[in-house]
Write a protein that binds this ligand. Structure first.
Ligand code: C2E
Ligand code: MG
Ligand code: MG
Ligand code: MG
Length: 279
C-alpha cells in the first residue's frame, strides 16, 4: 500500500478499494465457474392484480450460492457480470431456464425476465430471444422483458429497434425501477414500452404520507396518459396494498403477495393458470 503513496506522501488508494477490487475479481472467477457448472438458480415472484388478487405472472430472479462466497445477491454480482461481459452468457442462461420452466408448467401467464441494456443492444439479441422461445415451444405472449436504462445513446437506437421487433411478436416490455436514477421519463420517449414498474422506494411511505400518495398518484396518471400498465414493486404491508388498490394502481409485486421462491413452492398457485393437460 505504502508504495502507492502520492507525491506529497498522501495515500490515494484506500486499502478498502483494493479489497473491493479483489472481491470483484473473486466474484468474476466464481461466477464464471458457477455458470459453467450450472450452479445458478431462478426464483419466481408473483405479480398480482391489485383488484382481484389474481396471478398475472411471475418475475424470474437469479439466485446464486457459492461454495466459497456463500449467498451472493444479484445486486452484487450482476454489476460484475455487466462489467466483465459475463452478463451475455448469464442472460442467455436465465432466459432459457425461465422459458424451460414456463413450458414445463404449461403456464398461461407470462414470465418476466430481467435483461441488461448491454444484452438488448447486441446484434444477436432478437435471434437469441426468438430462438429460446422456439426451443421451448413458446410464443411471444409467454414472455415479458424487464429493462433498466444503463445505455449509451449510441446503443439506445439499436436497443429500441430490437425491442420493437420483439414487441411485434407479442413479447411485453416493462421499464423496471421507474422513479430511480436508473429509469427515467426520457427512456420512455426513446424505447417502446408496455408497462412501468414503480420502484419500491416510491411506495415505502405511501400508507402514511399524503405527499407520497400524491407522487404515486401522479405517476399512475402519467402511466394512464401513456397507455402503460403499472406494477408497483416492494409492497410489504396490508396498508400499502389497500392504499394502492384504492388508487387503482393495477398490479403489485412484493413480499405481501409472495416472496420470491423456487419453482416447487408455486405448484398450487399456478394451477388455475396451467394449460388443461398439465394441471
Ligand atoms: P428488480 O428487477 O427490481 O427485482 C425486484 C427486487 O426486489 C428483487 O431483488 C426482489 O427480491 C426484491 N423484492 C421483491 N419484493 C420485495 C419486497 O416486498 N420488499 C423488498 N425489500 N424487496 C422486494 P433481488 O432478487 O435481490 O434482485 C435485485 C436486482 O437484481 C433486480 O431488481 C434486478 O435488477 C437484478 N436481477 C435479478 N435477477 C436478474 C437477472 O436474471 N438478470 C439481470 N440482468 N438482472 C437481474
Ligand atoms: Mg425486475
Ligand atoms: Mg425493480
Ligand atoms: Mg432492478
Amino acid at each position: 500500500q505504502a508504495k502507492r503513496a502520492g507525491k506529497n506522501g498522501i495515500e490515494f488508494f484506500a486499502p478498502n478499494l483494493d479489497v473491493a477490487a479483489h472481491s470483484q475479481m473473486h466474484i468474476e472467477v466464481r461466477l464464471r465457474r458457477a455458470l459453467q457448472e450450472n450452479l445458478m438458480h431462478l426464483h419466481y415472484q408473483p405479480q398480482v392484480d391489485v383488484q382481484t388478487g389474481e396471478l398475472l405472472g411471475f418475475e424470474a430472479l437469479l439466485r446464486w450460492t457459492d461454495a466459497h462466497l456463500g449467498t451472493v445477491p444479484p445486486g452484487r454480482f450482476i454489476p460484475v457480470a455487466e462489467e466483465t461481459g459475463l452478463i451475455v452468457p448469464l442472460g442467455r442462461w436465465v432466459l432459457n431456464e425461465a422459458c424451460r420452466q414456463v413450458a414445463e408448467w404449461g403456464l398461461t401467464v407470462p414470465v418476466a425476465v430481467n435483461v441488461s441494456a448491454l444484452e438488448v443492444a447486441r446484434e444477436d439479441f432478437v435471434e437469441t430471444v426468438t430462438g429460446t422461445l422456439a426451443r421451448h415451444g413458446l410464443s411471444g405472449g409467454n414472455l415479458k422483458l424487464e429493462l433498466t436504462e444503463r445505455l449509451a445513446v449510441r446503443d439506445l437506437h439499436r436497443a429500441a429497434r430490437h425491442l420493437s421487433q420483439l414487441r411485434a411478436l407479442g413479447i411485453q416490455l416493462s421499464l423496471d425501477d421507474f422513479g430511480t436514477g436508473q429509469s427515467s421519463v426520457s427512456t420512455l420517449l426513446q424505447l417502446p414500452m408496455d408497462e412501468l414498474k414503480l420502484d419500491r422506494s416510491l411506495i415505502m411511505g405511501v400508507a402514511d404520507s399524503p405527499a407520497d400518495q400524491r407522487v404515486v398518484g401522479a405517476l399512475l396518471g402519467l402511466a394512464r396518459g401513456l397507455n402503460l400498465n403499472v406494477i408497483v414493486e416492494g409492497v410489504e404491508t396490508e396498508e400499502q396494498y389497500r392504499v394502492l388498490r384504492d388508487m387503482n394502481c393495477g398490479a403489485v409485486q412484493g413480499y405481501l403477495t409472495g416472496r420470491p421462491g423456487p419453482p416447487d413452492v408455486w405448484a398450487e398457485r399456478i394451477r388455475p393458470h396451467q394449460k388443461p393437460g398439465l394441471r
